[in-house]
Design a protein around this ligand. Structure first.
Ligand code: NAD
Ligand code: IPM
Ligand code: MN
Length: 352
């Protein structure tokens, strides 16, 4: 079993280091970790944010543990060379189209949510975000109009097969999370009142729902979804949505839970391989200071063991160790505490 470790930029290496310590502590037989360069770090070393050598490692491994990419030094590079192209390129090249972003409130953290504790306490949801399409991957550019004004444009589109495959992921997730004897709950979030892309999205969701009589499908416009997520997040179980809406709603969900430093993610293809990363970025404002919360990355490593390597028990052990660490009051600055990155890693390891 080979795991690629792409730490990237900013706090990426800091949080990835702690997740690697956790993986190593499990001493899984035959596990090999292979490091590769991505993002601004790769650009500075090799002239490209996603060098061929890194792609080769990604292809040879069973799963990828990813830190974060993004470097203010690189913000003026042409788009194809910006650090973010590493993660976008990996998602596309590897066919990681299904992004699972679970959000739940850990016991004892209700008071740290940006919401009232009784509202926050009910959060246990999963955002299923499409990752290979939408406005992210359409034609784009900045062009000069005839009258000399510049115009920026990004094409939003989804083909029906792209919607269908993420719909199946959403319905299956809702099925899997249903309580015994109850129907699964899937809420499809779109902007079908305005966007044709969303109308097709909604039509396909309804079509696919025929295959899942045990799942109750509902639809919500994205603006209302943003509001409902803070008004009454407990109403959601699985949310399925497009690339851009999913990006925004998942950052919002993180603050409902308490911190963006807690939200993990899995980016999956049709097979067992996947990329696992915290939903946060490289956090240049705290990079290099040992202040980042590594829990989102540690929880991503747990998702890796579960989804790509089939180590359910070990994944659950990691999740329990993180929950216990939080319950014991060991928290980073993002949660009003004073523990640094390595100290949080130590605390999780002790409990593991
Ligand atoms: P960000 O997620 O990096 O940071 C937003 C805020 O959250 C910052 O104040 C940061 O300090 C805080 N934060 C983030 N992670 C934290 C953690 N683990 N512990 C404590 N605090 C944490 O978002 P941004 O500032 O908008 O973006 C910074 C860079 O990261 C940009 O270049 C962006 O493109 C990139 N980015 C990359 C990814 C990725 O690699 N998948 C994701 C998001 C953003
Ligand atoms: C994320 C990030 C990325 C995205 C960026 C860095 C390309 O925000 O993983 O959530 O928009 O998908
Ligand atoms: Mn994001």
């Amino acid at each position: 079993m080979k795991i690629a470790v792409f730490a990237g930029d900013g706090i990426g290496p800091e949080v990835t280091r702690e997740a690697v310590r956790v993986l190593e502590a499990l001493a899984l037989p035959g596990l090999e970790l292979i490091e590769g360069d991505v993002g601004g770090a790769a650009y500075k070393r090799h002239g490209h944010p996603l060098p061929q050598a890194t792609l080769d490692i990604a292809r040879e491994c069973d799963a990828i543990l990813f830190g974060a990419v993004g470097d203010p030094d690189c913000d003026n590079l042409e788009r194809s060379l910006r650090p973010e192209q590493a993660i976008l390129g990996l998602r596309k090249a590897m066919g990681f189209f299904a992004n699972l972003r679970p959000a739940r409130v850990f016991a004892g953290l209700e008071d740290f949510s940006a919401l009232r504790p009784e509202v926050a306490g009910a959060i246990d949801l999963l955002i299923v975000r499409e990752l290979n399409g939408d406005v992210y991957f359409g034609e784009k550019g900045i062009r000069k109009l005839e009258d000399g004004r510049r115009q920026g444009w990004d094409m939003m589109s989804y083909a029906e097969d792209e919607v269908r495959r993420i719909a199946h992921v959403g319905f299956k997730a809702a099925q899997g999370r249903a309580k015994p004897g109850e129907k699964g709950k899937l809420c499809s979030v779109d902007k079908a009142n305005v966007l044709e892309t969303s109308q097709l999205w909604r039509d396909v969701m309804i079509e696919v729902s025929a295959d899942y009589p045990d799942v109750e499908l509902s639809h919500m416009y994205v603006d209302n979804a943003a509001m409902q997520l803070v008004r009454n997040p407990g109403q959601f179980d699985v949310i399925v949505t497009g690339n851009l809406f999913g990006d925004i709603l998942s950052d919002q969900a993180s603050m409902c839970v308490g911190s963006i430093g807690l939200l993990a993610s899995a980016s999956l293809s049709e097979g067992t391989s996947g990329l696992y990363e915290p939903i946060h970025g490289s956090a240049p404002d705290i990079a290099g200071k040992g202040l980042a919360n590594p829990m989102a990355t540690i929880l991503s490593a747990a998702m890796l063991l579960r989804h790509s390597l089939g180590f359910e028990a070990q994944a659950a052990r990691i999740e329990a160790a993180v929950a216990k660490t939080l319950a014991d009051g060991i928290r980073g600055g993002d949660l009003g505490g004073s523990f640094g990155t390595a100290a949080i890693g130590d605390a999780v390891l002790e409990r593991l």
